[in-house]
Design a binder for this molecule. Structure first.
Ligand SMILES: CC(C)=CCC/C(C)=C/COP(=O)(O)OP(=O)(O)O
Ligand SMILES: C=C(C)CCOP(=O)(O)OP(=O)(O)O
Length: 303
């Protein structure tokens, strides 16, 4: 995508491409019970920032500065959005956060019932792996797709996001230290972001050093993103966020603002963002500017 575009236009254009491809992802599925298809599509079409897929595409383009690498990464970009959307559907369930409102609409279980919401999440997660294999149609090397698929299992699974969510739930019964909280945020949130940037970079042909640097970028960015989410839960605007605020306090969740206060949390977001940008600057990428811009954009986000 053109270097002339402002960051906001760049993000909007990449997100629009993802939006278009996501609209085809579920209808293209084979013979699916209509209610299940509707439940999957409901949350997928509800919007959201599409941050993770935009990061896949931005990282793919950053390595060699080639727009065609971003285009090739589109089905992997959609795959991570399916995994993220499943995680939100399950996170909102009565057995987890019990939330009624997400992406500006009633949560999946409020509309389709708990059983169908669980199944819609399961189906989105499973279909994500199919979408990774679709990368072959865009000319991605099968070895790269194998590696991306194994990364997706790792970062989304028990040692990744699911593990982070499990630790978060156990933490509600008495979490005390910043290091425990860091573990939760790193897995529950950073891991999908690390996956996004490293998967995109693999499509762009990144070497080991570049992948390590991008993993550090994703780690810091993810941690900053989750701390900002915790800050917005306290002081954000429900209409802009499309979800209920003050829920962490109501649920007695230990967050960074709770542990270290709002000002310190803001400073930490800034410090982590600087660390993320430093990692990208040192990665030897042909075109790092979009990844740098996205880090700043996220630090200032209010939704
Ligand atoms: C396996 C599962 C279900 C993973 C959920 C992961 C996740 C990041 C949930 C949202 O976190 P949050 O509750 O802090 O955010 P929000 O404020 O959006 O609910
Ligand atoms: C990890 C967190 C904080 C859950 C919400 O993620 P996003 O803020 O990216 O949610 P959407 O924009 O995709 O709805």
């Amino acid at each position: 995508m053109s270097e002339q575009l402002t960051l906001q236009d760049y993000v909007a254009q990449a997100a629009a491409k993802v939006e278009g491809a996501l609209r085809e992802a579920v209808p293209a599925l084979w013979d699916v019970p209509p209610k299940l298809r509707e439940a999957m599509d409901y949350s997928l079409r509800a919007g959201g920032k599409r941050l993770r897929p935009v990061l896949v595409m931005a990282a793919a383009e950053a390595v060699r500065g080639q727009e065609k690498d971003a285009e090739a990464s589109l089905s992997i970009a959609c795959a991570i959005e399916l995994v993220h959307t499943y995680s939100l559907i399950h996170d909102d369930l009565p057995a987890m956060d019990d939330d009624d409102f997400r992406r500006g609409k009633p949560t999946n279980h409020k509309v389709f019932g708990e059983a169908m919401a669980i199944l819609a999440g399961d189906a989105l997660l499973t279909h994500a792996f199919y979408l990774v294999t679709e990368g072959q149609k865009h000319g991605i090397d099968p070895g790269v797709l194998l590696s991306v698929s194994s990364d997706l299992a790792r970062y989304a699974g028990a040692a990744g996001m699911v593990g982070g969510q499990a630790a978060d739930i156990m933490g509600e019964q008495g979490l005390t230290s910043a290091s425990e909280l860091e573990y939760i945020h790193l897995h529950k949130t950073s891991d999908l972001i690390v996956f996004s940037v490293t998967a995109g970079a693999k499509v762009g042909g990144a070497d080991g050093k570049q992948l390590d640097a991008l993993a550090l970028y994703g780690r810091n960015l993810g941690l900053a993103f989750q701390i900002q989410d915790d800050i917005l839960d306290l002081i954000g605007d429900e209409a802009k966020l499309g979800k209920k605020t003050k829920s962490d306090v109501e649920q007695g969740k230990v967050t960074y603002p709770y542990l270290i206060g709002l000002d310190e949390s803001r400073s930490l977001v800034e410090k982590l963002t600087l660390g993320a940008k430093e990692a990208v600057r040192e990665a030897g990428l042909a075109s790092p500017s979009r990844l740098l811009g996205i880090a700043d954009y996220l630090m200032r986000r209010d939704h």
